[in-house]
Design a protein around this ligand. Structure first.
Ligand code: ADP
Ligand code: MG
Length: 361
């Protein structure tokens, strides 16, 4: 029996294969990233011959193809060279030193019991294993700023550099971050090692975005199902938001669904314009319903100019009846950072160590 809700074919099917517009979809070509792909390949290619690959630091604004390009090259490298294996970790999922080390240990087949193992134990297990690794490993740490946000998690970078010494030439690290200055937070030695090769991803121009969209749309939609103007408007959305390709692609996907829903014969510029509000983030409005009262209070106290975390805590503590501990306050800052509501930057206070400076995004 067909379903009345799901079974009815829409009169106009505009999509040929909408998966081509999914954010995680990795197309077989990445137009306008030829030189970045080449540089990445050049840095990593020694691994294919069992030699030492360069560590690479990729940086640039959101939606400029950093993740896609690295995944692309690493995938091709491990298909081409059977002695290369890769591990991809995302800071939003594995954003603590412990989580990352556990995943890395697992990747190197070091047995890690699920519970109750201290970070040092994981590290020790890893150390005894690393000099016997039989393949060349490429470790990708995406959204790497997540591990740089405080000194305890930052230790991961030191562990990695130590791991590289132990593994000899068998381990290359690719860091990806939106933040060009990420490595400045690390010690000189670490900075030069992890930043051996620096690769900047610049914002896409409107013309580049159009090309990319056109290529994706050709596969995603049936012939003639997208107006040229619709591509132009979607490209303009990406261009207005810092050359962000992800937004442009999402706008086109939403517009396509809207057009199908309305039984239109093609996706028009108007569909894209109406779909835009669904994809362009308005962080505060979006996250507000999920914020706790304390999170809302802290957020309201954060301004456009930087405030130290200590000052912010004092202001917060003064403005509520029963303030949370400074430890829970740190969690609040972390959660606001994750939701892209505040930006936290580590700054040196000279001899007195470091302080975290907070401001609105
Ligand atoms: P970043 O990691 O820099 O934030 P992503 O690599 O996630 O950006 O790219 C965002 C989206 O745009 C992804 O869906 C990706 O497939 C797509 N994309 C980015 N650059 C290109 C390109 N040159 N060609 C085709 N698609 C691209
Ligand atoms: Mg990314």
């Amino acid at each position: 029996m067909g379903s009345r809700l799901f079974g009815a074919r829409s009169a106009q099917e505009l999509f040929a294969d909408e998966a081509w517009l999914y954010p995680e979809f990795l197309p077989a070509e990445l137009p306008h990233r030829e030189s970045e792909l080449k540089e990445l390949a050049l840095a990593l290619q020694p691994a294919a011959k069992g030699r030492r690959a360069d560590n690479v630091f990729c940086f640039g604004p959101t939606g400029t193809g950093k993740t896609a390009s690295v995944r692309f090259v690493v995938r091709e490298l491990s298909e081409f060279a059977k002695n290369v294996k890769s591990l991809y970790l995302n800071g939003f999922e594995h954003g603590t030193r412990h989580a990352a080390l556990s995943a890395i240990a697992n990747f190197f087949s070091v047995p890690v019991p699920r519970r109750g193992v201290g970070t040092d134990e994981v590290l020790n297990g890893l150390r005894t294993r690393l000099d016997r690794v039989s393949f060349n490993a490429v470790l990708v740490l995406d959204e790497a700023d997540q591990w740089a946000r405080d000194p305890a998690e930052q230790k991961l970078f030191y562990d990695l550099s130590r791991a590289q010494e132990l593994a000899g030439m068998k381990l290359a690290v690719v860091l990806i971050s939106n933040e060009p200055d990420l490595l400045l937070r690390l010690e000189d030695r670490m900075r030069s090692s992890l930043g051996q090769s620096r690769l900047e991803f610049a914002a896409y121009s409107p013309a580049a975005l159009k090309d990319i969209l056109r290529a994706r749309a050709t596969h995603a939609f049936r012939p003639g199902a997208v107006d040229a103007d619709a591509i132009n408007v979607a490209a303009a959305v990406g261009a207005r938001n810092g050359g962000d390709c992800r937004l442009a692609i999402q706008a086109l996907l939403k517009a396509g669904r809207l057009a199908e829903k309305e039984n239109a014969s093609s996706v028009s510029a108007d569909h894209v314009s109406r779909a835009v509000h669904a994809v362009v983030p308005r962080p505060i409005e979006k996250a507000a319903p999920f914020l706790s009262p304390d999170e809302k209070t802290v957020l309201a106290l954060v301004g456009a100019s930087e405030l130290s975390a200590g000052e912010l805590y004092q202001k917060y503590a003064a403005s509520v009846e029963a303030p949370l501990s400074s430890r829970s306050f740190r969690d609040i800052l972390t959660s606001l950072t994750k939701n892209s509501l505040v930006r936290v930057r580590l700054a040196s206070k000279g001899r007195r160590g470091r302080t975290r400076l907070v401001r609105k995004i």
